[in-house]
Design a protein around this ligand. Structure first.
Ligand code: SF4
Length: 290
């Protein structure tokens, strides 16, 4: 199989077969993101992806899940995605789920009918980085998408039957926008109706614009107590109307929580408040990582 550049996958795709449908990210300008820096975005020819699938078939007798990388394979046309989904399920008939990373602008570019076609073709999950519910934070990190666009995209994908797993980044507003980031992120979680929400904590990677701003003193990272305060505010403002599995179990997080909103909100809040009082409930700093 031919992997090119850095290959990433969501934590829950740890045991999936990873196949690159695209290389890099079509946006590639988020100031905090080191994932595909230096890589020129391109779509791989269908024949190359098909060859990878066949090669993987020879190596793997049983594949339950397939993840089409890279950063936003959902940018591919609906026809091409349907062809890729069809190829995956025909070569791996035992496969139960094929998923991709996607951006809100990828979803915006598709009609409701196209989203339904993707659902019928077997698109089982879209992983989408919303990062923040705050318009100002999204602007500062060059996300290239607004809160309204993010909410609309997730609502449309979920309405078509495709579950969306949305990630947000604790600390992305820094000290200056901490409260706004937390409150607006909580409100976005309540409004967008995602099946899954994951929280990461900002780790600034050398070479990224946000790292340079931090070195220059223009961006101030949150302390652990501030991250916990932010998490408390996010939960307090997340009024979910439909079940949303919320996890903060990424390697970057000091506090691991998991539950389903809205019913587990009080328990999760109690866990956060307990950790504010007792740092032994936190994951040791040395275990944090990207
Ligand atoms: S965060 Fe996502 S959209 Fe932004 S540059 Fe990284 S991969 Fe691309």
């Amino acid at each position: 199989m031919n992997y090119e550049g850095n290959v990433y996958r969501p934590p829950s795709e740890a045991y999936s077969l990873i196949i690159q449908a695209t290389i890099g990210c079509s946006h590639n300008t988020c100031t905090f993101c080191p994932m595909y820096s230096g890589e020129r975005f391109r779509m791989r020819p269908f024949e190359d992806v098909f060859r990878d699938l066949q090669e993987a078939r020879r190596e793997h007798p049983h594949v339950e899940r397939i993840f089409y990388a890279d950063g936003d394979a959902l940018c591919l046309s609906t026809d091409k995605l349907c062809a890729l989904l069809g190829a995956a399920y025909s070569i791996f008939p035992e496969c139960t789920r094929v998923s991709v990373y996607g951006r809100a602008d990828n979803i915006k570019a598709k009609t409701d009918d196209e989203l339904r076609q993707l659902k019928e073709a077997g698109l089982g999950m879209i992983y989408l980085g919303a990062e923040s519910g705050s318009a100002e934070v999204l602007k500062r990190v060059s996300k290239g998408e607004t809160p309204a666009e993010l909410i609309d995209a997730v609502q449309r994908a979920e309405a078509s039957g495709i579950p969306v797993s949305v990630t947000f980044i604790s600390g992305l507003g820094g000290k200056a926008l901490m409260e706004e980031h937390a409150v607006e992120t909580g409100k976005m979680i309540g409004a967008m109706g995602a099946s899954y929400v994951g929280l990461l904590t900002l780790l600034t990677a050398p070479g990224t614009p946000i790292f340079k701003d931090m070195m220059l003193g223009k961006f101030k990272q949150l302390s652990t107590p501030e991250v916990l305060k932010e998490l408390e505010l996010i939960l307090e403002n997340a009024d979910c109307k439909s079940p949303c599995v919320m996890r903060s179990n990424h390697a970057s997080n000091r506090l691991v929580i998991k539950g389903t909103l809205p019913q587990d909100r009080d328990r999760l809040l109690a866990q956060v408040r307990a950790a504010m009082q007792d740092e032994h409930l936190l994951r040791p700093k040395q275990y944090r990582g990207f």
